[in-house]
Design a protein around this ligand. Structure first.
Ligand code: CP
Ligand code: NVA
Length: 301
């Protein structure tokens, strides 16, 4: 399948279901010695820092028998002014897929439009599809199903939130987002997802109302990479959006707590909740590995 995954809605519901089945099988150790990427090279390009995305892609590619080539902008001629389009044309001549973490989603689209190999979004300012795949795998693993579950995303309507919205629309879980005014998710993504969804996708202000009877509480940092100048202003606005024990008590008794990580402990989440029995954040981080391996198997032929 030669397709790009720049956002969750680039995949169909059935592709995600097949991918999740495969990720669960890979996690259980099935085909541990199969090497579908033998002889294949995958480029990994990072304009921003990364722990999980870099390590899970590199380790996953190795486990599938492939070769990962990791790059930063100043290691490519891109850093000296070569265009993204020419970079896209060039990478297609050597590599079998390319993952890019970038500030500009438009840059990813240009790269994908000019390359003949699958391009995967490893986080842009608008989307984080690889994260959402691990998120829904974790929901399935911990709750036994995705459809009909009630997820509350409490915090900034950012890239992680936007991808979760698209996942909710495709997979049928209810999503309530609580954020301060001015920090809503991407309006077009929200409207389009709502028009396609059978489940409810709601945006409101009161975090406790969102958390009420939720099966999962999800949060992310208040200040995303590249927003450092807004840090002080944002932190003040988000004070009441912290996931702490009081907030968690509004959710169902068996609710799980999700966080894409890295966490800013003491800001969007307390130590008590993050290290508590309902937190599944490190299983969620592990699931990046399994879902991305399944994604690479699906895309790289
Ligand atoms: N969740 C996530 O993408 O983590 P990294 O920034 O460490 O890759
Ligand atoms: N919203 C965060 C996610 C980090 C994985 C950011 O963009 O920095």
């Amino acid at each position: 399948m030669n397709k790009d995954v720049l956002k969750i809605s680039d995949l169909t519901k059935s592709e995600i279901e097949i991918l999740l089945d495969r990720a669960i099988a890979l996690k259980s150790g099935k085909d541990a010695n199969a090497c579908p990427l033998i002889g294949k090279s995958i480029g990994l390009f990072f304009e921003k820092p990364s722990t999980r995305t870099r390590l899970s892609f590199e380790a996953g590619i190795y486990q599938l028998g492939g070769n990962a080539i990791c790059m930063t902008p100043d290691e490519l001629q891109l850093g000296r002014g070569e265009t993204i389009a020419d970079t896209g044309r060039t990478i297609s001549r050597y590599l079998h897929a390319f993952m890019m973490r970038t500030f500009s989603h438009a840059a990813l689209e240009t790269l994908a439009a000019n390359s003949s190999i699958p391009v995967i979004n490893g986080l842009s300012d608008i989307h984080h599809p690889c994260q959402a795949l691990a998120d829904v795998m974790t929901l399935l693993e911990k709750k036994g199903r995705i459809e009909g579950m009630k997820v509350a995303f409490i915090g900034d309507g950012n890239n992680v939130c936007n991808s979760l919205i698209e996942a909710a629309a495709l997979l049928g879980f209810h999503l309530t987002i609580a954020c301060p005014e001015g920090f809503e998710p991407h309006n077009e993504i929200l409207e389009k997802s709502r028009s396609l969804a059978k489940s409810e996708i709601i945006v409101l202000r009161d975090p406790r109302e969102a958390a009420g009877m939720a099966d999962a509480l999800y949060t992310d940092v208040w200040v995303s990479m590249g927003q450092e100048k807004e840090a002080e202003h944002k932190k003040k606005k988000f004070m009441e959006y912290q996931i702490n024990t009081k907030m968690l008590s509004c959710a169902k008794k068996d609710a799980i707590v999700l966080h894409c990580l890295p966490a800013h402990r003491g800001e969007e989440i307390t130590d008590e909740v993050m290290d508590g029995p309902q937190s599944v954040v490190f299983d969620q981080a592990e699931n990046r590995l399994h879902t991305q391996k399944a994604l690479l198997e699906m895309l790289v032929k």
